[in-house]
Design a protein around this ligand. Structure first.
Ligand code: SF4
Length: 367
């Protein structure tokens, strides 16, 4: 998106934000120019360049990314010998470069959050912007039944050398569509029961859009609480074109009702949004309307196209850095009077990294 590091610094100065927030946005927008036989990579990045002053001052030395590989593109960010380059300038070291496979389970927040992809997300497809289909599937290990989940947890305890799961802060069910509300609720209920046997009583988090009826919400209150819900909204308009069959029938009115119900029951409630598909005016209206219905900052992912075909979904305004800067300012204004803030550990392709509305963002940034 941007021509060189000097231009990134100018953008950072113009909008009075850290250089890092501009660089990482560009990284997520552009992907990595790399010659590998798969479509996504993940790695830990350790800045080593004078432009990354805020990281140096704050001792923020590690960042994690999952990025599209764009070998034939003109993108300027590349990797050579475990160094990250912007054009010809080395900007830092990378560690753990690997195929960003679609895994059955994975940690977040330094191993204190466990994500469960119990329903083979890699088999889910239909949303035009989704990258899951492009990932190498490594999510066929069965953790959908009670005994399989227990087996998996036993291995996790061994791996982390712990006796129970009381150290976890969140267990997240982040998977493709289950296909029915009943299956989704049954799975969440089973997860709570099994994890309780391993000393885990904190939040079960569900990311999806299949829990819709009042009866389902109330069952979750009785049997799964403390529970949190992120409704996968993704876009406010063009939903017919962008979303798969069982998601596109969810209207914005219905989403508002579900968010309201969730929040009323005391579940931590938010929604997810793909940034780059819609004009800023649409984003502003959508977030303003949903703001009273949530109590956790939305998961806002920068759109990462993996193919030229996906790239055409990008809104015409979203090819310029100003779009992302305007989105930041618009959303900072909307959320400034709330206590909701982005959580860097849960989003590696966000809109904010070190600063939100002039406030520093701190957290564990690696899985
Ligand atoms: S529901 Fe859509 S975004 Fe989610 S995994 Fe399936 S295709 Fe991808």
């Amino acid at each position: 998106m941007l021509a060189d590091l000097g231009e990134m610094q100018q953008v950072a100065d113009k909008y009075n934000i850290p250089f890092e927030d501009v660089f990482f946005l560009d990284l997520n927008f552009s992907g990595i120019n790399l010659d590998v036989p798969y479509s996504r990579v993940r790695f830990t990045f350790k800045p080593q360049n004078h432009y990354f002053q805020t990281s140096a001052k704050r001792n923020e030395s590690e960042y994690f990314f999952g990025l599209p590989v764009r070998p034939k593109s003109k993108h300027k960010i590349s990797i050579s010998d475990n160094n990250l380059f912007f054009d010809t300038e080395m900007v830092g070291k990378i560690e753990g470069l690997a195929n960003d496979t679609c895994d059955t389970t994975y940690p977040r927040r330094g191993g204190t959050v466990m994500n469960l992809n119990a329903n083979s997300k890699s088999t889910c497809h239909g949303c035009a912007f989704c990258h899951t289909l492009k990932q190498t599937p490594k999510d066929r290990e069965d953790v959908s039944t009670e005994s399989a989940l227990r087996n998996f947890i036993d291995k996790w305890l061994q791996k982390y050398n712990i006796n129970d799961l009381s150290n976890l802060q969140q267990v997240a069910v982040v998977t493709g569509c289950f296909g029915s509300e009943q299956k989704t609720v049954d799975h969440l209920t089973m997860v709570r029961k099994v994890f309780a046997d391993y000393g885990y009583h904190n939040e079960i988090f569900y990311f999806g859009s299949e829990i819709r009826s009042d009866a389902a919400f109330e069952k979750l209150k009785r049997e799964v609480d403390p529970f949190a819900m992120c409704i996968s909204v993704e876009c406010f308009t063009n939903r017919e074109r962008m979303l798969r069959d069982i998601k596109r029938d969810l209207t914005m009115e219905e989403i508002a009702r579900m968010l309201k119900k969730s929040k009323e029951l005391g579940f931590k409630t938010n929604f997810s949004y793909i940034l780059g598909l819609e004009p800023i005016s649409t984003l502003k209206k959508g977030f303003e309307e949903l703001l009273p219905l949530i109590d956790r900052f939305p998961v806002i992912n920068v759109f990462q196209p993996h193919t030229d075909g996906q790239e055409i979904l990008r809104n015409k305004d979203a090819w310029s850095i100003d779009y992302y800067m305007q989105a930041r300012e618009t959303l900072e204004k909307i959320f400034s009077d709330t206590d909701m803030r982005p959580r860097p550990w849960e989003n590696y392709r966000g809109l904010w990294y070190l600063e939100f509305n002039g406030e520093s963002l701190h957290d564990i940034r690696i899985p």
